[in-house]
Design a protein around this ligand. Structure first.
Ligand code: ADP
Ligand code: MG
Length: 264
């Protein structure tokens, strides 16, 4: 598969695998005053790592997600994936949005296979890949179903399978479980951790739910608002599988909440 936008990997310092967010700033120039959505945001995600980005509403999480995904340009700085500067959307990233973004006119299996249509795989290889992905997210028996007949949790499983089908280096998710009920959400979190463990993917997961971040992440990038910036990066030293009743879990939640609530 081609690299980012078909360009060869950079040869200098940063061709480490993973994501590097390097001094990213973003200002929106609207009709009124410019909005400084991000200022000098820097952090990295190592290959195979699960990193969550948390922060209050309006701190620039979605803006940063869009810059990393190549869907928006940074005003300053850059993002590198495996050492190559991101300049536009790429199949090296699988992207999952809060809204399901499924194609209503396609079945579950057609949705999952959508990104593969443009790959250089044979029809047999594509079919096999779709089967594997349906199996991975437990939707094999719903392969012929249309999105309108699926629950929110099932739709998001389809979106995850579709994002992973092209075998991206990075799975990038923006509040993917924000629209489902609490019970389904915890189930999807467990499933995502299983997928992560079995595929070894690098995951960058945006959420405003602190307990969700502590459940999932190796490290949590805590952001602050106005302007959107990194307040601190917290290591989550809690054994997996993580239990919400575990004192260490509660201590991490309290620590991150304190950081989010802290004044500049
Ligand atoms: P979050 O996802 O953390 O809630 P956003 O990235 O959506 O934050 O928004 C960060 C800031 O940028 C907010 O002040 C928001 O109003 C502003 N913003 C986001 N998108 C735009 C846009 N397209 N034009 C102008 N301002 C925007
Ligand atoms: Mg957002």
């Amino acid at each position: 598969m081609a690299g980012v936008n078909g360009k060869p990997a950079a040869v200098d310092a940063d061709d480490d695998p993973g994501v590097v967010v390097d001094g990213v700033g973003k200002t929106y120039d609207g009709d009124g005053d410019p909005v400084r959505a991000l200022e000098d945001v820097s952090f990295s995600v190592e290959a195979g790592e699960f990193v969550c980005l948390v922060g209050p509403s309006g701190c620039g999480k979605t803006t940063l997600f869009r810059v990393i995904a190549g869907l928006a340009d940074a005003t300053n700085g850059e993002v590198r994936l495996d050492g190559t500067r991101v300049t536009g959307p790429t199949t090296d990233m699988g992207v999952v949005f809060q809204e399901y973004h499924l194609f209503p006119w396609l079945t579950v299996e057609e949705n999952v296979g959508f990104g593969l249509e443009r790959s250089d795989r044979s029809a047999d290889e594509r079919a096999k890949r779709v089967d594997e992905m349906l199996e991975l997210v437990g939707l094999t028996e719903f392969r012929g179903t249309y999105p309108k007949s699926l629950s929110g949790g099932m739709k998001q499983r389809v979106a995850i399978a579709r994002a992973l089908a092209v075998d991206p280096h990075l799975l990038l998710m923006d509040e993917p479980f924000g629209a489902v009920d609490a019970q389904t959400r915890e189930m999807l979190q467990r499933e995502l951790l299983d997928v992560w463990a079995s595929t070894g993917k690098t995951v960058l997961f945006v959420t405003h739910d602190v307990a969700e971040a502590v459940t999932l992440a190796d490290r949590i990038v805590v952001m602050a608002a106005e302007p959107g910036r990194v307040r601190e990066v917290v290591d989550v030293d809690v054994d997996r599988p993580r239990e919400r009743g575990d004192p260490a879990f509660g201590e991490h939640v309290a620590r991150v909440r304190e950081l989010i609530g802290a004044r500049p």
